[in-house]
Design a protein around this ligand. Structure first.
Ligand code: URA
Length: 291
């Protein structure tokens, strides 16, 4: 790059490569935004609005101008006045939307129109579910990655392909399993979802589990296990332990398992996953009278 000319093609490729290495792999908008200025403008609009009409309802544009979730604990908030309250409100509206869905199609539609989770704005599409809604096994992962974000189908990337091979090892495929995630939108750069994002999305996945009504619930990875089963233990300790998951119609058997993405990084631990899969097969075969 020179002082006078703009960046060359080579420079641009270099910058993009650096972005990708830093985990910036998605474009949210073509133009930069000064969120501080937008927020200030929104606040003065609100003040002007309430001064001229004290009865006026809050403008929707004001809520759109701020993130719906609180920042990760420890991180400074851009909107300190809004952060904590907005998570509570978003979780409440998620509970209402999820509870009113009587079918999986209605739940998908409720999620499609739910705009109180900021992840929706950065994701390409909703990743709702795959597999058979009538299956007796439901597997729940953490959140979609880049491949899932592109396709709208959970567990289709490398870890999903490993999960398919794991199912095959015990004679199963996606026609016998229903698959979803705690978070249905990809967190930017595949970062870990924040506790606030999890709190907002939890009513939806809880309702999805209720509507599917599986006999066996596999929580893939520590995040899904902690969110759905309330376990405090790390996944290496929690994995393979059965617990009860209460549903309106029956009690499902739930088991945390190692996440396939973790197994790709730690192939030596595949033997632990194999033990857990065999345990599932034994319990299920026995219940079906095939034991
Ligand atoms: N990891 C997950 O937890 N879910 C997916 O859908 C893909 C990868």
């Amino acid at each position: 790059m020179t002082d006078h000319d703009g960046p060359t093609r080579g420079d641009a490729i270099e910058i993009l490569r650096w972005y990708a290495e830093m985990g910036i792999d998605a474009v949210v908008d073509a133009t930069p935004h000064d969120r501080f200025a937008e927020h200030r403008a929104a606040l003065s609009l609100r003040e002007a609005g309430s001064a001229s009409n004290p009865q006026a309802p809050a403008r929707p544009a004001l809520t759109a101008a701020r993130p719906a979730v609180a920042p990760v604990s420890g991180a400074p908030s851009l909107f300190p006045d809004a952060a904590a309250g907005s998570t509570t409100e978003a979780a409440q509206s998620a509970r209402e939307a999820a509870a009113s869905a009587r079918t999986l199609d209605e739940l998908r539609a409720a999620l499609e129109s739910f705009d109180s989770c900021a992840l929706r704005a950065t994701a390409t599409r909703l990743v709702f579910a795959d597999g058979n809604p009538a299956a007796d096994i439901m597997a729940v992962g953490e959140a979609p990655g880049a491949d899932e974000d592109r396709s709208g189908v959970p567990f289709v990337g490398r870890s999903g392909q490993l999960f398919d091979r794991m199912l095959k090892a015990i004679g199963l495929d996606r026609t016998q399993v229903y698959i979803a995630n705690v978070i249905p939108w990809r967190p930017p750069g595949n970062r870990t979802p924040t506790p606030q994002e999890i709190a907002i999305c939890l009513p939806f996945i809880a309702r999805q589990i209720e509507l599917v009504g599986p006999r066996y619930l596999l929580c893939l990875g520590g995040s899904a296990a902690q969110t759905l089963l309330g376990t405090k233990d790390g996944i290496l300790r929690a994995r393979g332990r059965w617990s009860d998951y209460a549903l309106p119609s029956h009690t499902a058997r739930a088991m945390p398992m190692l996440h396939p993405a973790y197994l790709l990084r730690q192939p030596a631990h595949k033997k632990l996953a194999w033990r857990d899969l065999l345990a599932l097969k034994l319990v299920r075969d026995a219940a079906m009278g095939n034991g």
